[in-house]
Design a protein around this ligand. Sequence first.
Ligand code: CA
Length: 165
Amino acid sequence: MRILIVEDETSIANFIRDGLTEEGFAVDVADNGKKGLQLALDNLAEYDVILLDWMLPGLNGIEICRSIRRENEIIPIIFLTAKDTVDDAVFGLEAGANDYIRKPFSFEELLARIRVLMRSHQQVTTEFGAGDIRMDVERHIVSKEGKTVDPHAKRICTVRISPSQ
Ligand code: CA
């Protein structure tokens, strides 16, 4: 289980990293937006969850989230945000995040949200693969090396799961 944290506040990043490491997760930390996006795109197939701060130097969390979603529609993303209006939360979810948590938060709450997302991600993901090609027949997504090849690959997936004659 591997998690990416994109957070420029060192104390918060360390707090989350230490807690998740203790829970048995492998954790990568990026302290600015560009590095975070690069790590995410380079390792999309590896990460189980991405934790994204909203306000970041370089690229902000919304821009990173949108860029990730262009390549991968299913990887769970949680926003870590100090913004606390309903509009901001909706904006974050519309950018493609699965959930958000408002600072300050307890580690237990964050961990619970991560586990819920990982569970639902595993339930809905019905993947088959050969080599570096993955086919998600539930969500009709075909990907290569973690990057979505055809997000509307319903026909291909339907053919894949048709019973043989
Ligand atoms: Ca920040």
